[in-house]
Design a protein. Structure first.
Length: 149
């Protein structure tokens, strides 16, 4: 793990602490905000590599926070909410969320979704790896085969 920054925006203290502990255990750096406006302020001052966002919060709700984050950034956003209706999932994804997980949830599934989002994104704390490094074209004169023996 290279210490990617994750911002958790969750108004329920017990859930926020549970998520924070799990993420820290996995090697992530974590900031927690208890409301949408504070979350936006943290995101502005210390851009995260990924946001885990509750929908139902006092003040700015998660959908509005998602809209504002998406307008300013391509940061991956995982909505984590008790809203389990298909229309809610569609609304969140159409607003800019990259993934959606319904409460109650398994910490193992949450961590798997975080890893999947990081596989598809280049965190701001990690330099971009250009394709040319992954697929060199110079000096290749033969096909290499994997031999398992």
């Amino acid at each position: 793990m290279s210490g990617e920054r994750i911002l958790v925006i969750e108004d329920e203290a017990r859930i926020a602490q549970f998520i924070e502990r799990g993420l820290i255990y996995e090697g992530y750096r974590v900031n927690v905000a208890r409301d949408g406006q504070t979350g936006l302020n943290i995101a502005r001052d210390n851009p995260p590599d990924l946001v885990i966002l509750d929908w139902m919060m006092p003040g700015l709700d998660g959908l509005e926070v998602c809209r504002r984050l998406r307008a300013a950034s391509d940061v991956p956003i995982l909505m984590l909410t008790a809203k389990d209706d298909v229309t809610d999932r569609v609304a969140a994804l159409d607003t800019g969320a990259d993934d959606y997980l319904v409460k109650p949830f398994s910490i193992d599934e949450l961590m798997a979704r975080v890893r999947a989002l990081f596989r598809r994104a280049t965190p701001t704390s990690r330099p971009h790896r250009p394709w040319r490094r992954l697929c060199p074209t110079r000096g290749i004169s033969k096909t290499t085969r994997y031999d398992s023996s």
